[in-house]
Design a protein around this ligand. Sequence first.
Ligand code: HEC
Ligand code: HEC
Ligand code: HEC
Ligand code: HEC
Ligand code: HEC
Length: 485
Amino acid sequence: MKNLSDLIATFANGIAHSRAALIGALIVTSIFPFLLGAVLYDIIWDMRNTYFAALSYLVLGPMVLIGLSLIFVGLFFFRGKEDVRLFTLTYLRDYFTNPDRFYRMRKLLFVFVFISCTMFCIFGIVTYRSYTYMNTTSFCATFCHMVMEPQRVAHSNSPHSQVSCVQCHLGGNAKWFEKAKISGLQQVVSVLGHSYSRPIKTPIHHLRPDRSVCEECHRPGQFHGDKLEVMERFRPDEQNTSVKTVILLKVGSAGDRSFSPNGYHWHIAPENRMLITTTGPDEREIVMVKFKESTDPEKVFMVKDADKLIAKNSEQVITREMDCIDCHNRPTHNYLSASQAIDMKLLNGEIPREIPFIKRQALEVVNEPYFSQQEAMVKIAAGLRSWYRQNRPEIDVNDDLLCQAIIGTQNAYRENVFPAMKVGWDTYIDHIGHGEEFDRGCFRCHDGKHLNSKGEAISNDCNTCHVILAKDDPNPEILQKIEGR
Ligand code: HEC
Ligand code: HEC
Ligand code: HEC
Ligand code: HEC
Ligand code: HEC
């Protein structure tokens, strides 16, 4: 007579005989209650702690799965397998062929289906949550903590801090998704093997967001017109004099409805289709630009000897359509220059403006080379204190104002410079604007050296791009007019 308790006994026996199944059973019985607890907690209260989520979904979940697989493999493929297999078969045959027992069999089936469904639900939730969790900003940034620290910090201070890493880096179509996952995997391997480059070099081809990603939220065809920007700066003089630059930026439109393409967003108008050719691994050296404005014949601008440069670097030549990232390469990982960073802190009051020469002195200490952020924090404080002790004895070096200035200066450094990853003040250059000597922003094309067949250059007249209404002026007349003073 074989009944349910015999079946259970045989399975228990089978498990006891197979080491693999025994280990599996131990793992499952010890971990499953915790996993279940964590899943219920997550469903009811929403798990927010990154480490707790990682433990539940990336460690406990897979371990239970491995445990279950071990039991299965151990029971049916290793020592004692004949017992279990034979027993299960005779047991089932017995119950299916005997009409009396078939009723109990239905109950058993019901229990079996119920348990399977519950398991499916739990593992469905675990898999889904593992997937979504791996797509969160905290996962990306926390688990490559040191490596991604510069990107994470800059992201958290940017207008896009609420947009998750994957929304930009894994957005777009499926092909792209796979590419990024593979490259993501390579990166994990290289982080583990410490073989990543410091700083992470840019651009990383697989990480380049697609134009369609930006256009999920922004439509340059839909915003039109120019933008008046007031840039407030501080002079490195005794009073830290505040000066303003007032500039009309010709942002324009990519053209829509009654607006024809103009200004900066003219470059990405659908009818232009600008093709650019770059040589060199960092895609900075643009040697040729081709575009076709509506029905006009194709226009080509190129540097001298473009053909030779292309032939010489043939394996690094890339030709592609110009998109948002050719200008907005730092929409979210935007590191400021030292002077900008100190100005921002003076503007928001983190560094008090009343302290004489604070702009100049803060700039001097943050520009020193340091080996680590900790060293920088200590030496920035010591550097500022010692200068004021020697040159401004009337200022108490433990005064609240100076302490506040020290913290502000330390923050300016901490948010932009990461010695562990060799990210300094000028490592990553924003292509919006005039750039730096080695990476000249808009002047990668508007440099007067990209000529068409008639020898005309892409315009680099100042007023093509903006109208400067005041420059570093303590009290610009134009602002008085605009503000009605
Ligand atoms: C608004 C979109 C956006 C978001 C959100 C975003 N990135 Fe980026 N990321 C970019 C762009 C654009 C680049 C530069 C691509 C290029 O130049 O080819 C970039 C580049 C990078 C690079 C290469 C190094 C560099 O600085 O050029 C890394 C690493 C990176 N991002 C990681 C992250 C991480 C981690 C997060 C989340 C904390 C994140 N990104 C969020 C748009 C984004
Ligand atoms: C999920 C939506 C979303 C995506 C995707 C997105 N952005 Fe944004 N972006 C925003 C929002 C919202 C703001 C305004 C933030 C604010 O002003 O606080 C913004 C602001 C901006 C600004 C103005 C920044 C400033 O300093 O005022 C630029 C430029 C920009 N985004 C470019 C891009 C680019 C380029 C991409 C693609 C790589 C992109 N965005 C992807 C939502 C998005
Ligand atoms: C030729 C370079 C260039 C290209 C290409 C470009 N932009 Fe811009 N964009 C600019 C400049 C320059 C500004 C003004 C920057 C500033 O405000 O300091 C700007 C401003 C913006 C703003 C802020 C507008 C505002 O009024 O504050 C958004 C959003 C934006 N661009 C999105 C995009 C998107 C999305 C794309 C791709 C479809 C794109 N841009 C392509 C140069 C470009
Ligand atoms: C890939 C090369 C390239 C880059 C990079 C580039 N431009 Fe241009 N830009 C061009 C070309 C080509 C023209 C058309 C010149 C002509 O027709 O004479 C143009 C035209 C313009 C125009 C005139 C558009 C109109 O209304 O007809 C403006 C304004 C402009 N660019 C601003 C910028 C700014 C600002 C940046 C940097 C944020 C920039 N460009 C970066 C290639 C480039
Ligand atoms: C190809 C386009 C282009 C040309 C040509 C150009 N600029 Fe600019 N310039 C820009 C952009 C874009 C910005 C805005 C940068 C930003 O928003 O941070 C800018 C910003 C500026 C600023 C303000 C910068 C600051 O941080 O205070 C000054 C001043 C300036 N330009 C002067 C000039 C002068 C002078 C010329 C002519 C010799 C010139 N520019 C030619 C694109 C251009």
